[in-house]
Design a protein around this ligand. Structure first.
Ligand SMILES: Cc1ncc(C[n+]2csc(CCOP(=O)(O)OP(=O)(O)O)c2C)c(N)n1
Length: 597
């Protein structure tokens, strides 16, 4: 950064002001700077090189310190806080193993564009580079995982660095920022100057879309006969849900969401085609592949959405609005690139776009597909069906409940069957797909929203990966409700074994734990159920309970298609290869009916 110019008069004034102040330790400067940025909660696990900061945190009246029971839990909790509020989540760990335990949470925030501040203690700068006890080059290790990182080398830089970190994490395309602080700097004293400025060379994200591109986009929209909106996490990150609703209301164009975009548009609206992609709705995938115009808003053409890229949307032109210029033309050649904030772009579009009068036949066709290929499941007499648990839970849950998930079949069933209608209500490790996310993410969201219902719908494998956070729920009295869909298997991998490896089990049976008993050992209330008729009363008891809760839902892993997440487009294939059930894929189904794709 260029040195700041200070006049001699100003220097005398600053010196005078400094003389009247008391010196502060680095650790206090860190906490005060965090308070100045509006940090209200920090998820931190102490150790030799971060305990100084914990000492200072005990004196803070503004920051709640939540002690996770594993640093990964802390990083995911900070992510859950950020996902549910839009504000940067803050986590902290000691050097070495504490810092490396944060890595998965940092990467998760990077792939899903979540604002996260990760603070790590570092060995004293005097011994850095000597393989000192618990020394890890965390700046180096996280280099490809972060949006930006800092190694603090001077105590007087702390306020400026923390200010910049919050700014970088939460502006432009949000992401994780690491601040590594050697212990000796936390212990030094200075008379701090908390005046900060924002002049970061090379970082000036452009928010304003070019008006001529917006005009061009509007022209393409007016001309299109089979348009579709494909909206993702960018809508939620930029707070564009209202503008998106206006845009859909005004144009009448059908809309489908990515996993990250769920909640950006009400899924019970007739124009919602729900989720698209590998486990998305058949009608969403058919519709986008028959579109003549794809209006891509805050998405990144992820391979789980496109399948075989060369055959994705063969007849479509593309408008792509994204804050990150490197996303545009990355996977797909774009006809109308619009770089800028998607909320501003939609606002500008809403001013000039006209109601579409020529798409009635298209909307009718889309509705036909919606009727023909509904998302559905079969109930069973003897066994609990997980999709049914999800549907029943939503019926009983509060309207503004926040739902988090682990990774696997249960995650996709929640995405398919929970009807989200508000942004920041669905928390899913989507890009990284990190098991162990659900419980700590819910914990972070619940700390942010103490009066709302927060529900973690987890798989047994995923729940086990950060199960220690049950103790945090208990000790901190964080009333997260956990529904563990317990099939004693790593279900999603078993599903792939059934489909592509002749059901040979390659270490995907994990055993049947009793999660209610485990919860009890942590002092958390819980219940185990096995029979279909137990589902509703057990859910009722869970929602009535005031504190944290674990509902262990045992159901058999089922290797028939009704036990699989269906529909499914096998990786690298097109929508025509969608597995519809045990017998058919879409290509065969249409062939039999004499329908040309
Ligand atoms: C940390 C991590 N390790 C491995 C995987 C690979 N993986 C994806 S889904 C899955 C199975 C998840 O099992 P469970 O949580 O029980 O959920 P289910 O699929 O049974 O609903 C695995 C092992 C992963 N996504 N994350």
């Amino acid at each position: 950064m260029a040195p700041r110019q200070t006049s001699s008069k100003k220097i005398i004034a600053i010196d005078k002001a400094k003389k009247s102040q008391k010196p502060m330790k680095g650790r206090e400067v860190i906490v005060k700077s965090l308070e100045n940025e509006g940090c209200e909660v920090l998820f931190g696990y102490p150790g030799g090189t971060s305990m100084e900061i914990h000492q200072a945190l005990t004196l803070s009246k503004k920051i709640r310190m939540v002690l996770p029971r594993h640093e990964q839990g802390g990083a995911f909790a900070a992510g859950g806080y950020a996902r549910s509020t839009g504000k940067p989540g803050v986590c902290m760990a000691t050097s070495g193993p504490g810092a490396t335990n944060l890595l998965t949470g940092i990467m998760d925030a990077k792939l899903d564009s979540i604002p996260l501040i990760a603070i790590t203690g570092q060995v004293p700068s005097t011994v850095m580079g000597s393989d000192a006890f618990q020394e890890a080059d965390v700046v180096g290790a996280t280099f490809p995982l972060v949006k930006h990182s800092y190694l603090v080398q001077n105590i007087n830089d702390i306020p400026q660095i923390i200010h910049e970190a919050f700014h970088i994490a939460s502006t432009g395309r949000p992401g994780p920022v690491l601040i590594d602080i050697p212990k000796n700097i936390q212990q030094q004293e200075t008379i701090p100057d908390f005046k900060v400025s924002l002049d970061i060379p090379g970082y000036k994200p452009n928010l304003k879309p070019a008006p001529q591109q917006i005009k061009k986009a509007a022209h393409f929209i007016h001309e299109a006969k089979r348009p579709i909106i494909y909206a993702g996490g960018g809508i939620i990150a930029s707070g564009a849900s209202e503008e998106l609703r206006k845009f859909v209301r005004k144009t009448g164009i059908p809309i489908t969401n990515t996993v990250m975009g769920l909640g950006s548009y009400p899924m019970d609206d007739p124009l919602s085609l729900h989720m698209l992609g590998m486990h998305g709705a058949v009608y969403a995938n058919i519709a986008i592949n028959h579109a003549d115009l794809v209006i891509a808003l805050g998405v990144r053409f992820d391979d789980r959405v496109t399948g075989k890229l060369a055959e994705f949307c063969p007849d479509a032109k593309f408008i792509h609005v994204d804050i990150d210029p490197s996303e545009i033309n990355k996977n797909i050649a774009i006809d109308v690139p619009v770089q800028g904030d998607v909320r501003q772009a939609l606002k500008m579009l809403n001013d000039i776009v006209e109601p579409k009068k020529n798409i009635e036949p298209w909307v009718q066709q889309v509705n036909g597909w919606k009727k023909e290929f509904p998302l559905s499941y079969q109930l069973e007499d003897q066994a609990i069906v997980p999709q049914h648990v999800i549907t029943e839970a939503q019926k009983m849950a509060e309207d503004d409940a926040v739902v988090s998930v682990g990774v696997g079949q249960h995650q996709m069933w929640v995405a398919q069957f929970w009807r989200f209608h508000s942004p920041r209500t669905f928390l899913s490790s989507s890009g990284l797909g990190a098991m162990g996310f659900g419980l700590p993410a819910a914990m972070g969201a619940q700390v942010a929203h103490p009066d709302r219902q927060v529900i973690n719908i987890d798989g047994d494998g995923s729940f086990l990966m950060n199960i220690q956070e049950l103790q945090t729920l208990k000790i901190e009295n964080i009333p997260v409700k956990n529904i563990v869909l317990n099939n004693a298997h790593l279900g999603m991998v078993a599903q792939w074994e059934d489909r592509f490896y002749k059901s040979l089990r390659g270490h995907t049976f994990i055993g049947d734990a009793d999660f209610a008993e485990i919860a009890d050992a942590f002092g958390v209330a819980g219940e185990t159920i096995r029979k279909p008729e137990e589902v509703k009363p057990a859910l009722k008891r869970m929602f009535k309970h005031k504190g944290p809760y674990v509902l262990d839902v045992k159901y058999p892993y089922n290797d028939q298609s009704h036990g699989h997440v269906i529909p499914m487009i096998p990786s690298g294939h097109t929508y025509l290869d969608t597995i519809l059930d045990q017998t058919y894929n879409l290509r065969e189904y249409w062939k039999e009916k004499g329908i040309e794709p």
